[in-house]
Ligand binder design. Structure first.
Ligand code: ATR
Length: 277
């Protein structure tokens, strides 16, 4: 029987996940279907009901996107450490009547940077802008990549400091405000993990953080040169990238978790890439 998977979110109209997983399934010859489900936002418990119904009907797994990642995590019976730290799930697996939660966003981001862009983070100075869900999901995979230093800058500094208190023991993690960055020198990699680009805003990052031979990475994708990437370009950075590779790599991680085999990602990334210029 064809195994059933789906992505659930609201609004779900623009999701690329069915296309991505469809291409993965074709390439690896998996007998599976992958659909998009518009999740119920109201009433409060309707989302959990929709997920349980999908599992009860024989569904094997789901991807979860905004605004349901926290609810998906909260309703799971078990979870990975990554999902626990993020407090959010972007992938679920139904097994033996249980729901297991994972979060592959950070892992997908690290894989895109290290494998696709060819930039190992070991020994590098890395700056991450933001301290919200996207950063919480990325912290453990980033620290596992052994940067020389991982700095998280956020408007609300206390939020960054709370993350340091939680996982600072795992590696060289530091939190600061944007004003402190002036004195911190250049970084090899600067990742914009704020939600500023979604509204066309620019986090107040001083251009001095960029190094010309370094890389600027925008988590948002398909938005061409965002104000953040433009700032990096103007500061002389040659390596600028958006999050299309991360999108495909997190999907590949989920696919491997569900199906026990890793699809190739290059052609899928190429197909979904919207040129920055
Ligand atoms: P996500 O899950 O996308 O990370 P979130 O948890 O709501 O969303 O977090 C949004 C992040 O973007 C926060 O770090 C927020 O900063 P504050 O915690 O200081 O509010 C950051 N952010 C949003 N808009 C921003 C802007 N215009 N400039 C700088 N940071 C911004």
């Amino acid at each position: 029987m064809t195994d059933q998977y789906a992505v659930i979110g609201s609004p779900i109209g623009h999701t690329k996940s069915p296309l991505i997983h469809g291409l993965f399934a074709q390439e690896t010859q998996q007998d599976m279907s992958y659909t998009a489900i518009e999740g119920p936002v109201e009433p409060q418990d309707a989302f959990a009901g929709a997920v349980r119904a999908f599992g009860a009907a024989g569904g094997k797994g789901m991807n979860v996107t905004a605004p349901f990642k926290l609810k998906a995590f909260a309703m799971a019976d078990a979870c990975s450490e990554r999902a626990e730290l993020a407090g959010a799930a972007n992938a679920l697996r139904f097994e033996n009547g249980q729901i297991v939660a994972e979060n592959f966003d950070g892992l997908g981001l690290v894989r895109d940077i290290e494998v696709n862009l060819g930039l190992p983070m070991a020994g590098k100075r890395v700056l991450m802008l933001g301290a919200g869900g996207a950063v919480r999901g990325a912290l453990l995979p980033f620290l596992a990549a052994r940067p020389a230093e991982l700095v998280i800058a956020n408007r609300d500094v206390a939020k960054g400091q709370a993350l340091v208190a939680q996982v600072g023991g795992r590696g060289p993690l530091l939190a600061c405000g944007y004003g402190d960055l002036e004195a911190m020198g250049r970084f090899d990699l600067v990742v914009n993990a704020t939600s500023a680009s979604l509204t066309g805003d620019l986090p107040p990052v001083p251009p001095g953080v960029f190094s010309p031979e370094g890389t600027a990475y925008e988590l948002a994708y398909g938005k061409r040169l965002t104000p953040f990437l433009r700032l990096a370009r103007n500061a002389g950075v040659r390596g600028v990238a958006d999050g299309v590779g991360m999108l495909v790599e997190q999907a590949a991680e989920a696919f491997a978790w569900w199906r026990g085999m890793r699809p190739q990602t290059r052609s899928v990334i190429d197909r979904l890439t919207v040129p920055l210029d």
